[in-house]
Ligand binder design. Sequence first.
Ligand code: SAM
Length: 247
Amino acid sequence: MERSSDGTPYYRTDLALIHHLGFGFHADLCAPGILAVLEGVRKRDGLVVEVGCGSGLLTRHLVDAGHHVVATDASEAMLDLARGHVPGAGEIRRLTLPDDALPEADAIVSVGHAISYLDDEALLERSLVAMAEALRPGGVLAIDLCDLEWGAARQDQAPKVWRTDDWALMTEFSVPTPTRYVREMTTFVRRPDGSWRRDDERHDNVLVDTSAVPALLARHGVDATVSTSFGGAELPIGLVAVVGLKA
Ligand SMILES: C[S@@+](CC[C@H](N)C(=O)[O-])C[C@H]1O[C@@H](n2cnc3c(N)ncnc32)[C@H](O)[C@@H]1O
């Protein structure tokens, strides 16, 4: 869900800011491939709905390319950043899958494995079905999510520290089961008076056998493939691009 297993929301103010300032590379990596996949949607002036838009890092690429975008996320702190970062988006609003209804769309996009934040495979599948059902005929799906390989490749991942003048992030990683990847993060953000504020977030990601995703989507009218890129740069190992077309 949008909440971690200890009940606190994912991506509160400080981690949202750190994501925005330090982790734009994934949206930048995905953008060229996604824009190519969406070219037909742009030409017919279709509506793109983005799920898990975060602070608007991919949204910015979409809007700059001329797309009409409704950008959505579960985190209010992320949405606040997105409103500042992408003033040209058609709408930026809270939407948490799988319970909140998706608007009808000519394309649904999502990067940064937003639906892998759900608690289990059943919720992830419900979200995929909701996306398939929200697409209009001829609509395009382009999302990424974590495969079982994500965890298998990160069994003994060493802790990592990112440190800048204004923020720091320390993360410990674990793979307690083949279907779960956990990040335990401590953030520090410098206050205007020079003191530091600490916060802690634990993120659990559900890992699934993504080879089963095309059959699920096919039952809801979407002809999809899974691969290791959106057609441009390769995604990190274990992150899978799902690209589909609604009949
Ligand atoms: C790793 S961030 C990626 C953000 C952005 N797409 C990017 O690439 O910079 C994952 C995002 O998914 C959102 N998210 C997590 N669970 C969600 C859910 N159930 N429904 C919608 N968004 C969710 C989080 O709030 C977060 O903004």
